[in-house]
Design a protein around this ligand. Structure first.
Ligand code: ZN
Length: 259
């Protein structure tokens, strides 16, 4: 069997430590719920990290070295994530680490850094019905996913979503109030692949939904870098002073050409 995909599930983990509905839904944290369904995959090796785990938010040492795909869930404490960690994540993505931003991570520092845009959108917290439509069934993330995932309750996220035009659009969501939203979007940055997936408001049991779990599982596999690992000269902008085929005289002047 090929090498396993090393997945790190990162969560802000501030909501779930307080008694209430969120703790009831995710008693061990959103990261543990996501990690537990990924751990059932024979091709995945899964670890978790969270904001207050240590000074590096659980991402120091060799954790990122051993991460093929980083999953990110953040909400109210985006600013508490240290900028040097964000820089490190961006560098890793450019060098091939996959990055999956979930739900309110549209405003997380790593996502905004990778997108180069504000990541803003409109929202409404009203426990609305949501239909997550698969609009790209040929995409690997859509493998085995039904045409529509029906969620009984979700927070509304609506357009305009300030993101670069996605390289691939896999899902568009409809909300009971009438809005639509680009809810499953793919980008490439350098060697890295990025997926944003909207479902996952913390007061609803979204990550317990098997179809949502299947999307995230597929996204991990899609985000794993599969290209050439030869990175010689990439990023160094080298002068190419030799040629494979002989070229004409570089000193030839314009008036020497026949038109
Ligand atoms: Zn939310």
């Amino acid at each position: 069997m090929a090498d396993k995909i090393n997945v790190t599930v990162w969560n802000e983990f501030r909501h779930e430590v307080k008694p209430g509905i969120i703790q009831t839904i995710y008693p061990k944290g959103i990261h543990e719920t996501i990690a537990s369904f990924l751990r059932k995959q024979p091709d995945m090796e899964v670890r978790t990290a969270w904001l207050d785990k240590d000074k590096e938010h659980g991402l120091g040492g060799d954790v990122l070295d051993k991460t093929d795909v980083l999953i990110w869930w953040g909400h109210g404490a985006h600013d508490a994530v240290k900028d040097d960690i964000v820089e490190e994540i961006q560098g890793r993505v450019l060098n091939g680490m996959g990055f999956i931003a979930l739900h309110s991570s549209h405003l997380s520092k790593p996502f905004k850094k990778l997108m180069g845009t504000s990541g803003s959108l409109v929202w409404r917290e009203k426990a609305e019905k949501s239909h997550v439509w698969c609009v790209n069934p040929y995409h690997p993330i859509a493998r085995g996913i039904p045409q529509v995932i029906e969620l009984a309750h979700e927070e509304m996220y609506g357009e305009f979503f300030d993101i670069p035009t996605p390289d691939d659009q896999v899902f568009i969501s409809w909300f009971e109030g009438g809005e639509v939203f680009r809810s499953g979007n793919c980008w490439h940055r350098g060697k890295g692949k990025i997926f944003y997936f909207q479902p996952g408001h913390e007061t609803f049991p979204i990550y317990h939904n098997p179809e949502i779990q299947a999307v995230i599982t597929n996204a991990v596999r899609w985000c794993k870098f599969e290209g050439s690992t030869d990175t010689r000269l990439i990023g160094t902008c080298p002068n190419s002073n030799f040629t494979l085929n002989p070229l004409s005289d570089p000193n030839k002047r314009e008036e020497d050409y026949d038109f």
